[in-house]
Design a protein around this ligand. Structure first.
Ligand SMILES: [Zn+2]
Length: 241
C-alpha cells in the first residue's frame, strides 16, 4: 500500500497555502478552506492572547441542545498541554475532538471521525501531533521486544513504523521527524482504513490536513492538504524536506 510522502516537513514549510490539485476539493471558498481559515485565526488569537476567555456562553449551550454542527474534526494526542478547543480558541459545538496518546488511529477512532464526516457534515479533518510527544518518545526509546504491558505495547506498535522510518535522522532532529512522520502515518491509515472517508473525499465533501503544535509558542503549523486518490492512495502536491 503506497504511503503518501512528505506531507509534513520543516516548520517553515508547514505554513502551507491551501491548495489542492485533482479537483477533489475547491480550495478558495470551500467549506474545508473556511474551516482551515477559522482554525488558523483561532490559533492566532491563542498565540497572541492565551489569557482571552474562550467563546463559551449559555445561549450557545442552550442552542446546541438541538444538535451540533462542528466546523472541523481534530484527532490529537491526549497530552494535557494542547486541548484543541483551547489552542484553536473555540467554543462549545465548534470542534469534534478525538484524542489518543500519540494521535494514533484505530477502529474506534476511525468510527468517530467517520461519524463526524457522514452525520455532522464536517468538511475538514485535522491530525495534530506536537512537540515533545511522550508517546512518540516512548516508541523511540523502548527497544523492540521489550514489553510495557499489552495496552501500551499496542499504542507503541502503532507508532513504531514512523520511528523506524526516521531512524537515520540526526539525533537533534530525530524526535521531531518521528512526530511528523507519525502524523503522516495516521493520516494515511485514516484514509486507507476507511472506505467511507475515501468516498466522501472523492466527492469533495471532506479534506484532510496534518498539523504540528509547538508547546512554547502555542502555534499550530499545518501541512499541505492531503490529496486522496480514488484507490485510496493519498498524495500531497509539492513535498517538503
Ligand atoms: Zn503526545
Amino acid at each position: 500500500m503506497r504511503l503518501y510522502r512528505n506531507v509534513l516537513g520543516l516548520a517553515a514549510a508547514l505554513a502551507a497555502t491551501l491548495s489542492i490539485s485533482g479537483g477533489l476539493v475547491t480550495a478558495a471558498g470551500s467549506p474545508a478552506s473556511e474551516s482551515l481559515t477559522k482554525l488558523k485565526a483561532g490559533n492566532a488569537r491563542f498565540v497572541a492572547s492565551p489569557e482571552d476567555a474562550l467563546p463559551v456562553d449559555g445561549a450557545k449551550r442552550a442552542a446546541l441542545v438541538n444538535g451540533q454542527t462542528p466546523f472541523a474534526s481534530i484527532l490529537s494526542c491526549a497530552d494535557s498541554r494542547l486541548p484543541p478547543e483551547i489552542v484553536f480558541h473555540t467554543g462549545l459545538g465548534d470542534l469534534f475532538v478525538v484524542r489518543a496518546a500519540g494521535n494514533i488511529t484505530d477502529k474506534a477512532i476511525l468510527a468517530s471521525i467517520e461519524y463526524s464526516v457522514e452525520h455532522l457534515n464536517v468538511p475538514l479533518v485535522v491530525v495534530m501531533g506536537h512537540e515533545s510527544c511522550g508517546a512518540v518518545a516512548a516508541a523511540v526509546d523502548t527497544p523492540v521486544g521489550q514489553s510495557l504491558g499489552p495496552n501500551l505495547d499496542y499504542l507503541l506498535a502503532a507508532i513504531r513504523p514512523s520511528v523506524k522510518a526516521t531512524a537515520s535522522r540526526p539525533a537533534g532532529e530525530r524526535m521531531r521527524a518521528a512526530i511528523l512522520a507519525n502524523v503522516e502515518q495516521t493520516l494515511n491509515e485514516m484514509v486507507t482504513g476507511s472506505h467511507l472517508l475515501r468516498e466522501f473525499a472523492g466527492k469533495g465533501k471532506v479534506q484532510f490536513v496534518g498539523a504540528y503544535y509547538e508547546l512554547a509558542s502555542g502555534q499550530v503549523h499545518f501541512s499541505e492538504p492531503v490529496i486522496v486518490a480514488p484507490a485510496g492512495e493519498v498524495h500531497t502536491r509539492g513535498g517538503h524536506n
